[in-house]
Design a protein around this ligand. Structure first.
Ligand SMILES: Cc1cc2nc3c(=O)[nH]c(=O)nc-3n(C[C@H](O)[C@H](O)[C@H](O)COP(=O)(O)OP(=O)(O)OC[C@H]3O[C@@H](n4cnc5c(N)ncnc54)[C@H](O)[C@@H]3O)c2cc1C
Length: 242
């Protein structure tokens, strides 16, 4: 349902902009400033923000076009911004192993390559999380990207929010960033999920659960928490699957 709505939005926005006499899409132009191979075929791309930077909330995603591609489903993907709005570079990380035309163009990209993006969006944010709350972040693989941004937001703005992070995977993107929070950061494999859910569900009180990753991951973990008595309203999901 969510996926259909997103696709519909991509079709409706150009029509509305055309009716208002505006350019069909407001494309932001930027350049790749750094490329880092994280592990295997997972890469991080740092791009220069325009002017004072795009206004966005921590946890949101962007419509990122493949370098040299056109505005079409083939060459546009949702990508969570892993850096803070106030940082001097925007960071995106992605797994290129699918070898789709989109990922192939990113594989060919170099420092200095031009990249276009548009329409920041998303509700996987701290909106509605009251001061004094506790957040359990649960990431599946590449689903860690929006959480890097959310955690940096909490820490650098000294928000009155306690958090802990469980990263489920085989490799752990951004592990160096989280190493300093060794008391709140846990890496685990699929076989550790049930025990982790038992522990996470025992937090009680003002706890929020943020889960991101593939469709099956967010669905399974959300169902697992609800089976353990967590109310659906306390769970925020970012489903990476289209
Ligand atoms: C809110 C949101 C945030 C996201 N943030 C990130 C992020 O930070 N990082 C990130 O990496 N991803 C993110 N995603 C997912 C991203 O948008 C892409 O969906 C994902 O990277 C897969 O894109 P793709 O081009 O590799 O595969 P897609 O073209 O989307 O295809 C999905 C799968 O189908 C397979 N496939 C495609 N075409 C064919 C074919 N013709 N025959 C057989 N198999 C095929 C591919 O192997 C691939 O595994 C996010 C998604 C959402 C919704």
């Amino acid at each position: 349902m969510l996926v259909l709505l997103r696709k519909l939005k991509m079709k409706i926005i150009p029509v509305v902009r055309r009716l208002l006499g505006k350019p069909v899409l407001k494309l932001n132009k930027t350049k790749i400033s750094r490329i880092v191979r994280e592990y295997g075929d997972t890469w991080s791309y740092y791009v220069e923000p325009i002017g004072q930077g795009e206004p966005f909330k921590a946890g949101q995603f962007i419509h990122l076009m493949a370098p040299g591609g056109e505005v079409s489903h083939k060459f546009v993907r949702h990508m969570s911004v892993a850096s803070l709005p106030t940082e001097t570079e925007l960071l995106f990380s992605m797994d290129l192993s699918s070898g789709t035309p989109y990922k192939t163009l990113f594989k060919k990209a170099k420092v200095g390559t031009e990249v276009l993006y548009f329409a920041l969006a998303g509700s996987f944010t701290l909106e509605g999380v009251a001061p004094g709350s506790h957040i359990v972040f649960i990431a599946g693989g590449i689903g860690i990207t929006p959480m890097r941004c959310l955690i940096r937001d909490i820490e650098s703005n000294k928000r009155d929010i306690r958090w802990e992070l469980f990263h489920v995977g085989r490799e752990y993107l951004y592990k160096d960033d989280f190493q300093i929070y060794s008391d709140r950061y846990r890496q685990l494999g699929r076989d550790g999920v049930e025990a982790m859910l038992d522990e996470a569900a025992s937090r009680g009180g003002q706890t929020w659960y943020f889960i991101s990753g593939s469709h099956s991951f967010v669905e399974d973990l959300s169902a697992g928490l609800q089976k353990r008595g967590i109310a659906e309203e306390r769970i925020k999901l970012e489903d990476f699957s289209h």
